[in-house]
Ligand binder design. Structure first.
Ligand SMILES: *[C@@H]1O[C@H](CO)[C@@H](O)[C@H](O)[C@H]1NC(C)=O
Ligand SMILES: *[C@@H]1O[C@H](CO)[C@@H](O)[C@H](O)[C@H]1NC(C)=O
Ligand SMILES: *[C@@H]1O[C@H](CO)[C@@H](O)[C@H](O)[C@H]1NC(C)=O
Ligand SMILES: *[C@@H]1O[C@H](CO)[C@@H](O)[C@H](O)[C@H]1NC(C)=O
Ligand SMILES: *[C@@H]1O[C@H](CO)[C@@H](O)[C@H](O)[C@H]1NC(C)=O
Ligand SMILES: *[C@@H]1O[C@H](CO)[C@@H](O)[C@H](O)[C@H]1NC(C)=O
Length: 544
């Protein structure tokens, strides 16, 4: 199945903040023109209550700390009202959509429907109606606002051209003139992991999620481990692949994620969640969230090296995914996201006006976002400084959560000069939360060792593996998993982490900011968060 939509229209933003599209023409290509899979996100109940509960189970000072919920308990809380389920199902049935599957939490419906070539127009109207774009076209669809958050496949706009200038890329290229690179042993010695720091608990596990056409290759992983993973016990194969592993070439992203989470989180059973089908290019997170909502036992730590500009996504879509992250947190699952590789980012509003460009899900208040660093001296295991690509900034969608208020206010007050206030939203969720090395990694992909792989997609699995090791020690002591770690991380005030205080990340190349975004500073900053893990110290700080 192959479904590709392209929008040839004017993308406009209404004042109320809701996207709408003035559709000039929609080209829909379905090859072969047969079946289309759509995912309906039904309106959930008790979202506010869930948010409060998540605060309690994630706050180390609360009596309810660590009292996580099972998937079934989460389901009892969030499942849609009977009315919602009935209305949506009836409506689908009346349109001949019968082949639908739900999940344990009952808040998603995945349906396969047939598109007949001669009825393409009719299908398009059906399809687009759900998104709310054609709200005024079809009055019969009034219920969508009440009963549905969105339908998978229609909410992601085609990404606009990237704003990182050639200049920055050039600078990066020329900086690559040396040969020493980051390997598992470099990671393990920098973060003070000894040969004893490997997983031992029997039912611990960790996962990476892959999207688009990124597949890891088991042979690459085995070769990577034999080449680079000396001196510590580790696994050389993935325990479980959820979803369909595609054929063809291995992707560098997938290779990187799997190889490094299994190097820091050594000897811990590792899963790969991978997405079937190319139609998911429009909705990379949907399939994965749906899978998590349908599986009672999933790994405790998930790392994801994938994101989009906030302004390329609809608020409805981001809000719903944010709720899915809350669901995971309530279950004691830690979600780690790469902070992005464009520094503060840059968005051209008008010819004269630019702003920074936050990235989602990095900007979600319910995930732990990981930025990037490099060694001060790239040839040596020195202290770390900002990697100028490290994504960071302030969300324009999500408000600043309580747990980070003090840290962020202190940064805004103490660090001068800040970029002009027109460039960022001082009330938004600020990220990243912490960081790790993101520069100059060795990866094996398609059987070839490849040097100089860089980005926060490298730092994220490295941190994920270390959180898994901490979970491991906690399980051995009979303690619950770390779960959603941010409230606790901010209370640590940097304890257990190496503070990164040097360097700035990149942003708009204009006269006002001249390519500079935020700068690292003592304690928290929107470039490297609280800093990078000092494993034994962090373990000690998180062992109760
Ligand atoms: C969820 O799991 C159940 C039981 O394994 C299955 O019948 C159902 O089809 C799954 N739902 C989806 C959307 O895949
Ligand atoms: C849909 O809602 C609008 C106003 O919100 C109302 O005028 C219209 O009658 C409704 N249509 C149906 C079919 O209920
Ligand atoms: C961690 O490594 C650093 C640098 O090698 C060292 O100074 C420190 O003593 C080590 N141990 C701890 C617990 O921080
Ligand atoms: C590796 O993990 C297994 C459990 O999966 C455990 O039995 C074994 O002792 C671990 N190895 C080391 C060296 O700790
Ligand atoms: C490990 O498995 C045992 C037995 O099934 C269970 O009691 C325990 O809660 C599990 N621990 C974790 C962290 O899954
Ligand atoms: C700033 O962030 C808040 C959320 O904290 C949001 O409601 C507001 O719309 C944002 N402002 C802009 C200009 O995007």
């Amino acid at each position: 199945m192959f479904l590709q939509m392209r929008y040839q229209g004017t993308l406009a933003r209404k004042q109320c903040g809701e996207y709408f599209v003035v559709l000039h023409r929609v080209i829909l290509r379905v090859e072969p023109l047969e079946e289309v899979e759509l995912t309906f996100a039904l309106k959930q109940q008790n979202v506010k209550q869930m948010e409060e509960l998540l605060k309690l189970v994630s706050d180390p000072d609360s009596h309810q700390y660590g009292k996580h919920l099972s998937l079934e308990e989460v389901a009892a809380l969030v499942q849609p009202s009977q009315l919602t389920e009935k209305v949506v199902r009836n409506w689908l049935q009346s349109h001949g959509v019968k082949n639908c599957h739900t999940v344990v939490t009952r808040d998603f419906l995945q349906c396969v429907m047939t598109v007949q070539p001669q009825k393409l127009d009719q299908f398009l109207i059906f399809y687009l109606s759900f998104s709310g774009w054609l709200k005024h076209y079809s009055l019969a669809l009034n219920f969508t606002a009440t009963h549905l958050d969105f339908v998978g496949g229609v909410h992601r706009f085609p990404p606009k051209g990237k704003d990182i200038s050639k200049g920055w890329e050039g600078a990066r290229q020329s900086a690559l003139g040396y040969h020493l690179g980051v390997t598992p042993s470099v990671i393990r010695s920098r973060y003070n992991l000894t040969e004893k720091d490997v997983g031992t608990a029997t039912n611990n596990s960790q996962a990476v999620a892959q999207f688009l056409e990124q597949y890891y290759n088991p042979a690459d992983l085995a070769e990577f481990m034999s080449l680079f993973a000396g001196g510590f016990t580790h696994m050389s194969a993935v325990e479980r692949v959820v979803g369909t592993q595609g054929g063809g070439k291995a992707g560098i992203e997938a290779s990187l994620d799997v190889e490094y989470i299994m190097s820091s989180g050594a000897n811990i059973s590792t899963w790969v969640f991978t997405n079937p089908g190319r139609h998911e290019t429009q909705e990379p997170f949907l399939q994965w969230m749906l899978l998590l909502s349908n599986m009672s036992a999933v790994p405790w730590v998930h790392t994801i090296s994938y994101g989009d500009d906030e302004d390329s996504l609809s608020d409805a879509y981001m809000n719903r995914i944010n709720i899915e992250f809350m669901k995971a947190g309530l279950r004691g699952i830690s979600m780690l996201f790469a902070s992005g590789d464009s520094g503060a980012g840059c968005r051209h509003l008008t010819k004269e006006r630019n702003t920074f460009r936050p990235s989602f899900p990095a900007s979600s208040p319910y995930v732990t976002t990981v930025g990037g660093t490099s060694f001060k001296n790239p040839f040596k295991l020195t202290y770390e400084v900002t990697d100028y690509i490290s994504g960071g900034g302030f969300s324009n969608v999500f408000a600043m959560p309580d747990y980070q208020g003090g840290a962020v206010q202190a940064y805004l007050k103490n660090v001068q000069p800040l970029p002009p206030q027109t460039y960022f939203n001082i009330t938004g969720r600020a990220y990243p939360d912490l960081a790790a090395l993101s520069d100059n990694y060795w990866v094996v992909t398609n059987r070839v060792p490849v040097p100089w792989v860089s980005g926060t997609s490298a730092s994220t699995p490295v941190v994920g593996g270390m959180l898994s090791l901490i979970n491991d020690q906690r399980f051995l002591k009979g303690l619950p998993s770390l779960g959603f770690i941010n409230p606790r991380l901010y209370k640590l005030q940097g304890k257990g982490l190496y503070d990164v205080t040097e360097g700035c990340h990149l942003s708009c190349l204009d006269d006002k900011v001249e390519g500079k975004g935020f700068c690292a500073s003592p304690s928290w900053d929107p470039v490297t968060g609280w800093g990078t893990p000092n494993y034994p110290a962090l373990l000690k700080a998180l062992m109760d």
